[in-house]
Ligand binder design. Structure first.
Ligand code: GTP
Ligand code: MG
Length: 295
């Protein structure tokens, strides 16, 4: 909890500043609050929704004094974040996870972190290096595979990503592997290409392993602020996403990005990355997150 609090230290204290020494909840207070939310990486649309809700609460006297704002805000934000059962990864096996996201967002590292988590739970894991765009990508995944103690299926640079998936599926089936995690090259520059590539991968999975559960996860770097939001927008237009892994929350991220992604795209944030080690991935808990904003 102490760790989580530090993400929002600044947002928390700025909200407190707005609420401090105010005789009543008036329009001026709400406008100041709006300013604080927007400058904390909470998108315009989401901010307006939050402030409008507070305004209604003032009107129907559910909010009477500045202190009441805190509890209402927590409630509103928790409601935006909490996607119920969808917060968790599917608990059906065999499971195929497809990681997508732009370069440098933290896909490969997040794969290693997930693989490590599954290994801790006693699940068997296989990785597929379907980012064949750069030779270094497969190399990096192989190094992580060794560290975590899981096998990696890789082909030559420039190979067809779907062929890597095909091989990985055969291996997973033969060994009865619980979880197959696929790395991909997230080149947004050519959306059509990416869409075709994903479609082809899904086709291979559907044909070769129809009984496997599957989910695509978008990996987003939280420190990129508004850019993270536009990535969520572009990727959700080309792929059906099961949720988001928000990386680098240990960095300079303002935290508000979590709220915007959950609200605007109706996507659950499933995990947050809090460092570069394989242990540095935390399941995202919407209620605890919302509460930590006001501790
Ligand atoms: N501090 C911190 N660094 C992270 C986190 N996740 C990833 N990184 C770092 O971000 C950099 C990029 O991570 P990668 O996993 O290589 O990203 P990628 O999306 O696979 O990138 P490409 O393969 O180039 O597309 C690396 O230096 C990681 O160590 C995190 O949660 N916190
Ligand atoms: Mg990578």
């Amino acid at each position: 909890m102490a760790e989580k609090r530090s993400f929002f230290g600044r947002l928390t204290s700025r909200i407190e500043d707005v609420l401090l020494n105010r005789p009543s909840v008036d329009e001026e207070l709400l406008e100041e609050l709006e300013e604080v939310l927007i400058t904390s990486d909470i998108g315009m649309e989401t901010t307006e929704k939050i402030v409008e809700q507070l305004r209604q609460d003032v009107k129907r006297q559910a909010i009477r004094k500045p202190e009441d704002v805190r509890e209402k805000l927590r409630e509103i934000i928790a409601g935006m974040l909490d996607k119920g059962e969808a917060q968790k990864l599917p608990e059906r096996y065999p499971l195929i996870l497809i990681m997508i996201g732009v370069n440098g967002s933290g896909k490969t590292t997040s794969i290693a972190k997930l693989a490590w988590r599954y290994r801790q739970e006693g699940k068997t894991v296989l990785l597929a290096a379907a980012d064949t765009f750069r030779a270094a990508a497969a190399e990096q995944l192989s190094i992580w595979g060794e560290r975590v103690g899981v096998n990696v299926i890789r082909h030559q640079e420039g190979a067809d990503p779907s062929a890597v998936i095909f091989d990985a599926i055969q291996s997973a089936k033969a060994k009865g592997t619980d979880v197959l995690i696929c790395d991909t090259a997230g080149r947004l520059q050519n959306k059509k290409n990416l869409m075709n590539e994903l479609e082809k991968m899904y086709k291979v999975i559907g044909r070769e392993y129809p009984e496997a559960a599957r989910e695509a996860l978008l990996v987003v770097d939280a420190t990129t602020g508004k850019n993270a939001v536009s990535q969520a927008q572009e990727f959700s237009a080309v792929a059906e996403l099961g949720g988001v892994i928000l990386t680098k929350m240990d960095g300079t991220a303002k935290g508000g990005i979590v709220i915007t992604i959950s609200d605007e795209f109706d996507l659950p944030v499933k995990f947050i990355g809090v460092g570069e080690r394989m242990e540095d991935l935390e399941p995202f808990d919407p209620q605890a997150f919302a509460a930590s904003l006001f501790e």
